[in-house]
Design a protein around this ligand. Structure first.
Ligand code: PYC
Length: 413
C-alpha cells in the first residue's frame, strides 16, 4: 500500500486537495441556475464561465454528480447520423470530445475504435448508403462496407447470426469512439468549479417561480433562490421539471438497460451495433464487454434492472458472437431515456422567458455532452438559440418541422 495512503489513514483528517470544493449553503441569488448535475449541466456551466464570463452560476443536482444517465450509458461517441442537422451537431460534439482530455486536464480514456452498424436486409443496406452519403457530404468519415470487412474486424462473429437474418454489410464510421463517462462529468464539474461555478449535490428542485411571464427563482428542498435564468438539463426528469412551469412536451420516458460481462483478454477493437438483433457492444479498457439493447417497451420512470433484459440480450449476443455464451454478466443497470417523437433533442429557448430546455436525449445524450453544453451556454448568454441547435427548437412540434432522426438510432426502439 502506498505510504501516502497509510499516512492519510492514520491521520484521520481530510486535508487532501478535494476534486470538488466542499459543499456550502445556497446563495440567495444566481444569474443562472442549471437543474441537473450530469454531463450536460456541468458542461453548460463550464462553457458559461469559460466562454461567456458568466460565473455566478449554480448547478443543482438531486443526487450526486454524474449519477443519472451520464454514468449509466454505454459510452459510445459517434456522428454518423441521418439528417443534416443531426450530422452537423454530433460531429461538432465528436470534435470537442477529441480534445477534451487536454481541455479539462483529466484522462477521459477517449479511445477511437471505429463503429460498425450492421445491416441484415436490403432495406437496412439502403439506409446505410443513405447515411453514408449524408455523412460524407458533411465531411464525416462513413462508408458502406461488405460483410467480409465486418468478419475481418470482429473476431468470432457469426455472419449467419445463428439463423436470424444474416449480416449483409455495414455502415463503418472510423471516428466512432468510447470514453470514460464518469470522468466527463468530473472533468467538466471540476473545471466549472475552478471558474467559480457552485455545484450543489443532494439539492432537489421542488418548484420554479415565475413573474410576468418570466422565470424569477427556484424552490429547492434546501431553500429558495432568485435567479435570472433557469436551464433544465435533467434527461428522464424532464416531464417533472417542465410540469413545474406548465410547459407541455411530447417526451415519454422509457428505461434503457445495459450490462457488463466479466473481464476477458482484449479481442474486440471496435464498436458493433446490430439494429436487427437489438444489441450494441464494445470492450472496455478493463476487458469487460459493455452491452446494451433497445429501451424497455413501456413508459416507466424507473432505473430498475430486469432479468428479462439480460436474457433477451444474451440470446441475441450469442447469435452474433457465439463464444460469448460462456461469459458471465457481472453487473447491470438502467437509465431513463426521455424520448421525443422524431428522435431528435429539444433544445434552447421556450415560450417562458428565461427558461431554457435541454431534453429529449433518448439513448444518445452522452455523445452530445460537449456540444450541448457549449451551444446551450451560448444560447443562455445571448438569449437566442445557437445556430446549431435552432433545428431542435421547442416550437418545431407545433410547426410540424420535425427532424426525423429515427433512422440513425443505434438499435430499433
Ligand atoms: O445511439 O450510439 C447510440 C447508442 C448507443 C447506445 C444507445 N444508443
Amino acid at each position: 500500500m502506498p505510504l501516502r495512503l497509510i499516512k492519510l489513514g492514520l491521520k484521520g483528517t481530510k486535508d487532501e486537495p478535494r476534486f470538488f470544493p466542499p459543499s456550502k449553503e445556497l446563495e440567495s441569488h444566481y444569474d443562472v441556475v442549471i437543474i441537473g448535475g450530469g454531463g450536460h449541466g456541468l458542461a453548460c456551466a463550464y462553457y458559461l464561465a469559460r466562454d461567456h464570463g458568466i460565473r455566478n452560476v449554480a448547478v443543482l443536482e438531486q443526487g450526486y454528480l454524474g449519477g443519472g444517465n451520464t454514468g449509466r450509458n454505454t459510452t459510445i461517441v459517434r456522428s454518423n447520423y441521418l439528417t443534416p442537422e443531426g450530422v452537423k451537431f454530433y460531429d461538432a460534439s465528436l470534435r470537442l470530445f477529441q480534445d477534451l482530455s487536454t481541455d479539462l486536464d483529466i484522462n477521459l480514456f477517449y479511445s477511437t475504435r471505429g463503429h460498425f452498424t450492421l445491416a441484415h436486409s436490403d432495406d437496412a443496406m439502403r439506409t446505410m448508403r443513405w447515411r453514408a452519403e449524408v455523412n460524407k457530404h458533411y465531411g464525416v468519415d462513413s462508408a458502406v462496407v461488405d460483410r467480409q470487412a465486418v468478419a475481418d474486424a470482429v473476431p468470432g462473429i457469426d455472419l449467419e447470426c445463428g439463423g436470424s437474418p444474416s449480416v449483409m454489410g455495414a455502415l463503418y464510421h472510423a471516428p466512432g469512439a468510447v470514453a470514460r463517462h464518469d470522468a466527463v462529468a468530473w472533468g467538466y464539474g471540476r473545471a466549472a468549479a475552478q471558474r467559480g461555478v457552485e455545484l450543489h449535490q443532494k439539492t432537489r428542485v421542488t418548484g420554479i417561480q415565475q413573474q410576468g411571464g418570466r422565470v424569477v427563482g427556484v424552490d429547492t428542498d434546501r431553500g429558495s433562490i432568485s435567479c435570472g435564468a433557469v436551464v433544465s438539463m435533467v434527461a428522464g426528469s424532464t416531464p417533472r421539471i417542465a410540469d413545474m412551469v406548465g410547459l407541455p412536451t411530447p417526451i415519454e420516458v422509457f428505461p434503457l438497460q445495459a450490462c457488463v460481462t466479466e473481464p476477458v483478454k482484449p479481442f474486440l477493437n471496435t464498436i458493433v451495433v446490430s439494429g436487427s438483433l437489438h444489441v450494441y457492444v464494445s470492450q472496455s479498457s478493463r476487458g469487460e464487454l459493455v452491452m446494451g439493447s433497445a429501451v424497455d417497451p413501456m413508459v416507466l420512470h424507473s432505473t430498475r434492472s430486469t432479468f428479462e433484459f439480460v436474457e433477451g440480450l444474451a440470446d441475441h449476443m450469442v447469435d452474433l458472437l457465439p463464444f460469448t455464451a460462456r461469459m458471465r454478466v457481472n453487473r447491470q443497470w438502467a437509465g431513463m431515456s426521455d424520448m421525443t417523437p422524431d428522435f431528435a433533442p429539444i433544445m434552447g429557448t421556450t415560450p417562458l422567458d428565461g427558461f431554457y430546455l435541454d431534453a429529449g436525449w433518448g439513448t444518445w445524450g452522452f455523445k452530445a455532452t460537449p456540444i450541448s453544453g457549449k451551444t446551450m451556454a451560448a444560447t443562455v448568454a445571448n438569449g437566442v438559440n445557437d445556430e446549431l441547435i435552432e433545428p431542435f427548437r421547442y416550437s418545431r412540434f407545433a410547426d410540424f418541422q420535425m427532424v426525423a432522426e429515427k433512422g440513425a438510432a443505434s438499435v430499433g426502439h
